[in-house]
Design a protein around this ligand. Structure first.
Ligand SMILES: NC(=O)c1ccc[n+]([C@@H]2O[C@H](COP(=O)([O-])OP(=O)(O)OC[C@H]3O[C@@H](n4cnc5c(N)ncnc54)[C@H](O)[C@@H]3O)[C@@H](O)[C@H]2O)c1
Length: 238
């Protein structure tokens, strides 16, 4: 479980542990089993070898490490682009690579990448973040094609706005009131999501109940991507 030190990753670790799994946690910060940077390939390789040596098998990997960032392209520094894409896309690739290597050896496994609705449709100023998450969606599909006949399922979850430090640091910052209200308005259920609601989706994809699901992007977004409200119901007083 990467990104397990906070937010969605921590909730996934808690949920899968409650469901009876032995969960090994990885993050660059926080109270986890392996303090590693997902961009550091030798460190990821070593951590996965240790996990398999200690536990004998690797059934499920949830990739939740990620960072926010971006901005309109003409204002975006190339170093900021690299930071966001390196963590979100390259880091996911590296973790998926060592997940696949071990799962190929055992002939089974389930990989769950945490992408975003912003990997499916654009949002204002999203640039690097959105591109990185679209990359995760396509990486997921490509891996599902490559490993389906090897017994490995590969799916991703596309969350809407979820109340974690990543989102709250942004929407609760000074001057972000309009952004917060506009973003909330896109969530048809009228609220942001809870990390446990993404963990529930991850638990489903990890389980035998999802045994025929691979290459899928599971949207868990409170209606964000369903479509737009245009005020007709307001006019009708509903
Ligand atoms: N919160 C949302 O609204 C939302 C929506 C869609 C997608 N997501 C995605 O969900 C995932 C989890 O985000 P979150 O909301 O829980 O945010 P978060 O900031 O609470 O957690 C992200 C975790 O990733 C870790 N991390 C960052 N860079 C890392 C690196 N290089 N190596 C290892 N770990 C690293 C952080 O230390 C942190 O613990 C991210 O991929 C994020 O893009 C979040």
């Amino acid at each position: 479980m990467t990104g397990a030190g906070s937010g969605i990753g921590a909730a996934c670790a808690e949920r899968l542990t409650a469901d009876g799994a032995t969960v090994v946690t990885l993050d660059i910060a926080g109270s986890v089993d392996h303090l590693i940077d997902v961009r550091d390939e030798p460190a990821v390789e070593a951590a996965f070898s240790t996990v398999v040596d200690q536990h004998g098998h690797l059934d499920v990997v949830v990739n939740a490490a990620g960072v926010a960032g971006g901005g309109p392209v003409h204002l975006l520094d190339a170093g900021e682009w690299d930071r966001v894409v390196d963590v979100n896309l390259k880091g996911t690739f590296i973790v998926d690579k060592y997940s696949a290597l071990h799962m190929l050896a055992q002939g089974r496994g389930s990989i769950i990448n945490i992408a975003s609705i912003e990997g499916l449709e654009g949002t204002e100023g999203g640039s690097a973040y959105n591109a990185s998450k679209a990359g995760v969606v396509m990486l997921t599909k490509s891996m599902a094609i490559d490993y389906g006949r090897k017994g490995i399922r590969v799916n991703c979850i596309c969350p809407g706005g979820i109340e974690t430090p990543m989102l709250l640091d942004l929407i609760d910052a000074d001057g972000m009131e309009l952004y917060r209200a506009a973003l909330l308005d896109e969530h048809l259920l009228g609220r942001f999501g809870r990390p446990s609601e993404i963990a529930a989706a991850a638990a489903f994809l990890a389980s035998e109940d999802a045994s025929f699901i691979t290459g899928h992007s599971l949207v868990v977004d409170g209606g964000f991507t369903a479509g737009m409200r245009v005020g007709i119901l307001d006019q009708l007083g509903m």
